[in-house]
Design a protein around this ligand. Structure first.
Ligand SMILES: CC(C)(COP(=O)(O)OP(=O)(O)OC[C@H]1O[C@@H](n2cnc3c(N)ncnc32)[C@H](O)[C@@H]1OP(=O)(O)O)[C@@H](O)C(=O)NCCC(=O)NCCS
Length: 199
């Protein structure tokens, strides 16, 4: 058995564990590397506009998975540059060690701009991930549904998501939660579906 909690209730000592679970995602953020992922979740944790939930095992207390939604997903990534010294150091390292990821970062930041079309009352399901040990038990689907319920209660009317076309588990969960595919697009090396659902 597990319980869903609000992200704001997470013991900060568990934030690195949450970042580790995220590293199992094959998306761009995890390709940037663990320091970026941890910093991203520190930002999301503090951002009052983020709707976040995590699942915790009732017996062991182990973190099982999480989901986050934001009305301004690009504002989370842009805060990665706030600590200029840290950011420049990480970017230089990325440029020399994984130049293809560096190029993808530029392509993605251009593509993502305007994706929400500044629609009022709209929110994006940014990420949801489940520890590999706990996958296939409908926990991912439940986490995303919880985000949708909380977003609706907060007054949002529509929710968006972008999912890589190969990601069958994420797509099945998202379609089962009532989203529909509205378009399919290229974002550098990524081939993604854009999905939306009324709340
Ligand atoms: C996507 C993810 C969160 C799903 O979590 P989960 O708890 O394993 O998924 P669920 O048990 O809720 O299953 C959801 C659906 O996916 C299907 N599914 C689960 N694993 C699957 C797999 N490996 N291949 C195909 N379908 C799969 C289930 O049958 C279910 O479909 P249904 O609702 O039609 O029965 C999990 O696979 C994950 O953490 N992946 C890595 C991170 C990631 O890709 N996140 C999404 C980014 S957009």
């Amino acid at each position: 058995m597990y319980t869903l909690h609000n992200l704001t209730e997470l013991n900060l000592a568990l934030l690195p564990r949450l970042a580790e679970i995220h590293m199992g995602d094959r998306g761009l953020l995890s390709k940037l590397g663990y320091p970026f992922v941890l910093r991203y979740f520190e930002i999301a944790y503090k951002d009052r506009r983020v709707i976040g939930v995590y699942a915790q095992d009732d017996d062991s207390g182990e973190l099982i998975g999480y989901g986050i939604a934001s009305p301004q997903p690009e504002s989370l990534t842009s805060q990665l540059t706030d600590d200029k010294k840290w950011f420049i150091k990480q970017i230089i390292k990325l440029f020399f060690t994984r130049p293809h990821v560096f190029i993808q970062l530029i392509v993605s930041s251009i593509t993502i701009k305007g994706q929400m079309d500044n629609k009022a009352n709209a929110i994006e399901c940014v990420y949801f991930s489940v520890d590999p040990k706990y996958r296939g038990q409908k926990i991912g689907r439940t986490l995303q549904k919880e985000l949708m319920d909380r977003a609706r209660i907060s007054g949002y009317k529509i929710i968006f998501a972008s999912i890589e076309t190969w990601n069958k588990a994420s797509l099945s969960a998202t379609l089962a939660n009532g989203f529909t595919i509205v378009k399919t697009f290229r974002e550098g090396i990524y081939h993604r579906h854009r999905l939306e659902s009324k709340l």
